[in-house]
Design a protein. Structure first.
Length: 325
């Protein structure tokens, strides 16, 4: 928290003060009240920021405002002097020596800072998607009202292509005509974006698009078994409990189970124009198109059959019947 400096009134404000002081019966001569928690939204503190009922005097400058995201203090004597010059009917409360003024600001997250640096390196050095690691935590950056992270400028960036280490100098707008300079260093790594889960998915559950999001995976970890598109994942079932934040691999997923071990299954034996339907019991779980072993409950023989639907399987030739194990 800082002590706020008095601001000199520019001629326009001085003229306004003179006019207000000369008014009788105007809004400025009405009783003004001190705001409980004054908040400012510009580079200066105005009479209207401190008092309600300031009337035409509301735009008179009292002091420089604190930095965005910060607060400062005005001495009660500064406030009394401003009120008198503005012609306000106000008596200071007993025992009050200072008034705290705060100024909101938009906090820039570390993720935004990394994204800004990543974009600058890609543009300057022709790199693809990058993951940026900072060697130290960046200082807090608060932007004034009306500004966004897009207003932060990368004044300089240098990348060592041998070590992939960088240095960067950023400048964030803080007040009119001034800015906050931030010096940062870190390392970049080439990444690819692959699907990952947003929550725990239990074994056997079918994955939907709402279960997925993209994650940055270092290119060196992008094995051939890593799944690269969401379309390859949606509709498949998990072979085991899967956790969020990890790349998905082909071995993690399978077709959703149409039959669980022990389920009764209708077996269709197909041989030319001959079709025989019998009941069997699945000896293992399987999804559509899988070949599983099924016990023919009538003959007590085991067959290997293709699953064609829920509780349905097909054997193309009765010769596929093998001895029960």
């Amino acid at each position: 928290m800082t002590n706020l400096r008095k601001a000199y009134l520019i001629p326009a404000f001085a003229l306004a003060t003179a006019l207000v002081t000369g008014l009788t019966g105007s809004a400025a001569a009405d009783a003004a009240e001190l705001r409980h928690q004054p908040v400012v939204h510009s580079d200066v503190v105005l009479i209207g920021d401190i008092f309600t009922g300031a009337g035409p005097a509301a735009d008179i400058v009292v002091a420089q405002a604190p930095q965005p995201g910060g607060s400062g203090q005005l001495s009660i004597n500064t406030v009394i002097g401003a009120a008198q010059r503005a012609g306000l009917d106000w008596q200071p409360p007993a025992g009050v020596t200072r008034i705290t003024v705060s100024r909101p600001g938009l906090e820039v997250s570390e993720d935004h800072i990394r994204s800004i640096i990543s974009g600058a390196i890609r543009r300057q050095y022709g790199r693809g998607s990058l993951q940026v690691t900072l060697f130290s935590r960046p200082p807090a950056i608060y932007l004034p009202q009306g500004r966004t992270a897009a207003d932060i400028i990368v004044e300089a960036v240098a990348l060592d292509s041998r070590t992939d280490r960088f240095t960067a100098r950023l400048r964030a707008p803080v007040t009119r005509g001034t800015g906050q300079t931030i010096e940062l260093s870190g390392r970049v790594e080439q990444v690819v974006y692959v699907p990952t889960l947003v929550r725990d998915i239990p074994r056997g559950a079918t994955i939907t698009k709402n279960d997925l999001k993209w994650m940055a995976l270092p290119a060196r970890q992008n094995a051939r078994t890593v799944i690269r598109s969401m379309e390859e994942v949606v509709g498949l079932a998990t072979r085991r409990l899967l956790r969020p934040g990890q790349p998905l691999r082909e071995s993690d997923l399978e077709s959703p189970a149409l039959v669980e071990k022990g389920d009764l299954v209708t077996i269709n034996f197909m041989a030319g124009n001959l079709s025989i339907r019998v009941i069997g019991r699945a000896l293992q779980r399987g999804g559509k198109g899988d070949v599983i072993r099924i016990l023919n409950t009538g003959s007590n023989k085991t067959v290997e059959a293709h699953l064609t639907g829920p509780g349905e399987a097909e054997v193309r030739s009765p010769g596929q019947i093998v001895a029960s194990r």
